[in-house]
Design a protein around this ligand. Structure first.
Ligand code: ZN
Length: 228
C-alpha cells in the first residue's frame, strides 16, 4: 500500500477520532448478558462471546442484550467495544443480530464482499489502536452477491460497471486461485477471499495488537464457523 495513502492516518488524526482515551474509557455496565458478568478482555474471550451469541441466534433464542436506556446513557460517555467485525453488506448478515450483541459491544464494518480499502483499514486501525480492541473477525458468508458478481464478470470477460470494478479486483485473486478446485466455485472463492482478507490484516503491522480471525456465516443454519 502506498505510504502516501496512509499518510493521513497519523497517530494524532486517529486519536482525534476517539471521544475519550481508550485507557480511560468507561466500561459500560453490562446487562442481560446471560453467559458473562463482564466484557471480554482477551481475543479468546471475545471470540467465545461472539460464538456463544451466534449459537443463541441460530437456536432462535437470542437475548437481545444491551439495548436498554440506562446503558445508552452510560455509553454516551465513552465506548469500549470488545471486537471488530468486518463483514458483508448483505441484509441477511447483520453482525449485531447474528452474534446477539448490543450497544457498545462490537465495532462493525461492512462492505460488499468484506473487501478492504483505505477507509476500512483506517477504521479497523481506529478500533485496534485507539479503542484497544483485542479481536478482529473477518466474516464471509455463503451465496455472497459480491462473489457471484465477480464470478459472472470473470466468466463473461466483461468489465464490471462503475464502482463495482473494485469488488471484482479485490475478489478475483481468490476466484482465480480456486477455479480448478472441484465443487462450488462460489463457496471456494468466498472462503479463499475471506482468508485472504484475514491474512492481509495479519501481515499489516498496524493491526499487530489484535488477533485477526476469519469465519464463515451459513445462511441456512445461522451458524458461524471459524475458518482454518
Ligand atoms: Zn455478501
Amino acid at each position: 500500500m502506498p505510504s502516501n495513502r496512509r499518510a493521513f492516518l497519523t497517530a494524532s488524526a486517529v486519536a482525534a477520532l476517539a471521544t475519550a482515551p481508550a485507557a480511560a474509557a468507561t466500561r459500560a455496565p453490562r446487562s442481560r448478558r446471560p453467559h458473562r458478568t463482564g466484557p471480554p478482555a482477551t481475543a479468546a474471550e471475545a471470540l467465545a462471546e461472539l460464538l456463544a451469541g451466534n449459537r443463541r441466534y441460530a437456536a432462535g433464542r437470542p437475548s437481545h442484550p444491551h439495548e436498554d436506556r440506562r446503558l445508552r446513557h452510560a455509553l454516551a460517555g465513552g465506548q469500549h467495544p470488545y471486537a471488530v467485525v468486518l463483514g458483508c453488506v448483505d441484509s441477511r448478515v447483520p453482525p449485531e443480530l447474528i452474534f446477539d450483541q448490543g450497544l457498545g459491544d462490537v465495532l462493525c464494518l461492512r462492505t460488499a464482499g468484506q473487501v478492504l480499502d483505505e477507509a476500512v483499514l483506517a477504521s479497523v486501525q481506529y478500533g485496534v489502536a485507539e479503542l484497544r480492541i483485542p479481536l478482529v473477525l473477518v466474516l464471509g458468508h455463503e451465496r455472497c452477491g459480491a462473489v457471484a458478481a465477480t464470478l459472472d464478470h470473470l466468466r463473461s470477460g466483461a468489465d464490471a460497471p462503475g464502482h463495482l470494478e473494485l469488488l471484482v479486483e479485490e475478489i478475483a485473486p481468490a476466484a482465480h486461485r480456486t477455479r480448478a478446485v472441484p465443487g462450488d466455485w462460489a463457496e471456494h472463492t468466498m472462503t479463499a477471499h475471506t482468508v485472504r482478507v484475514r491474512d492481509t490484516l495479519r501481515h499489516d503491522p498496524a493491526f499487530s495488537g489484535a488477533q485477526v480471525t476469519a469465519a464463515r456465516f451459513d445462511l441456512d443454519t445461522g451458524l458461524v464457523t471459524v475458518l482454518p
